[in-house]
Design a binder for this molecule. Structure first.
Ligand code: SF4
Length: 277
């Protein structure tokens, strides 16, 4: 085998630069592995290479998901009634005409019908539920499905007719899939309900289920724990007694003597309060 250092010197000489380039340090003896026979027989210190795989098609890029956008309500007095217009509505009819085009929260664009509420405009007893369901959205009236039929029977059980009370909801447009309205949706709609209550001036409010209790009264304890216990809500210049009870839809799902008796007790208490006045 020729000496590589000598070959390097010969190359420099051929190029005419011998003596101008410093000679590299002697690398010392070559590693023993170089002298262990032909390359094929040498042990490989590294892990075996993975077997080549068939070329695969590049997987398609995942579709771009648009980032959820905040709901931007349209502007204008019809889609976003001014608080001033709500506060100065002198009657329920006037209030309804000012807010029925409302699109102030994401529930607005999805509704079929606006569900303002209905009943005696001077009712002593007011029922407040959560929001319109499918039947209510179709008809534009509160509590008209199966839960509404039960509510009518509950009202009848305390000696009143539906036309003698007032029935409304926390939100006036149907939440998709009957989900619970979000806090911002409820907050966007609450001013309308509060003005309704100011105009009706009920002696007692019965809240149906957890949502009206939470959004109107600010009470977040579970409805099973708190039903039947008086609360109060300040609306306008009045403190109004509030009787929390179960939502009729819950009563239909849990149609047990205990649940029905609880609702009966709650409604009797509300009626008794009114009769004290
Ligand atoms: S739920 Fe209330 S705030 Fe939301 S769009 Fe309907 S009326 Fe307006």
């Amino acid at each position: 085998m020729s000496d590589p250092r000598q070959a390097w010197r010969d190359t420099l000489k051929d190029l005419g630069v011998m003596g101008l380039v410093p000679e590299p340090a002697d690398p010392g003896p070559r590693p023993a592995v170089l002298d262990q026979g032909p390359p094929a027989a040498r042990a490989r210190p590294t892990a075996p290479r993975p077997l080549p795989t068939a070329p695969t098609q590049a997987s398609p890029a995942p579709p771009l998901q648009p980032a959820p956008r905040e709901y931007a309500p349209p502007t204008g007095p019809e889609a976003c009634p001014e608080p001033e217009a709500v506060a100065t509505a002198a009657t329920l009819v006037e209030l309804e005409s000012r807010i029925q085009g409302c699109l102030a929260c994401p529930l607005g664009p999805g509704r079929l019908r606006f569900v303002f509420g209905e009943g005696d405009p001077a009712a002593r007893l007011m029922f407040i539920g959560e929001g319109p369901g499918r039947d209510e959205d179709l008809q534009g009236r509160p509590f008209v499905g199966k839960a509404g039929e039960l509510l009518d029977r509950m009202i009848g059980a305390i000696g009143l007719a539906r036309e003698q009370v007032y029935i409304a909801n926390i939100v006036k447009c149907r939440p998709p899939d009957n989900r619970v309205p979000t806090g911002p949706e409820a907050a966007a709609c609450l001013g309308y309900l509060r003005r309704q209550i100011e105009l009706i001036r009920p002696g007692v409010i019965v809240t149906l289920g957890a949502t009206p209790l939470r959004e109107l009264v600010g009470e977040s304890a579970g409805i099973t724990k708190i039903r039947g216990q008086w609360r109060r809500v300040r609306v306008g210049d009045r403190d109004i007694p509030v009787m929390p009870t179960f939502h009729p839809a819950y009563v239909l799902r849990q149609y047990t003597p205990e649940v029905r008796k609880s609702v009966w007790e709650d409604l009797k208490a509300a009626k008794a309060w009114l009769e004290r006045d």
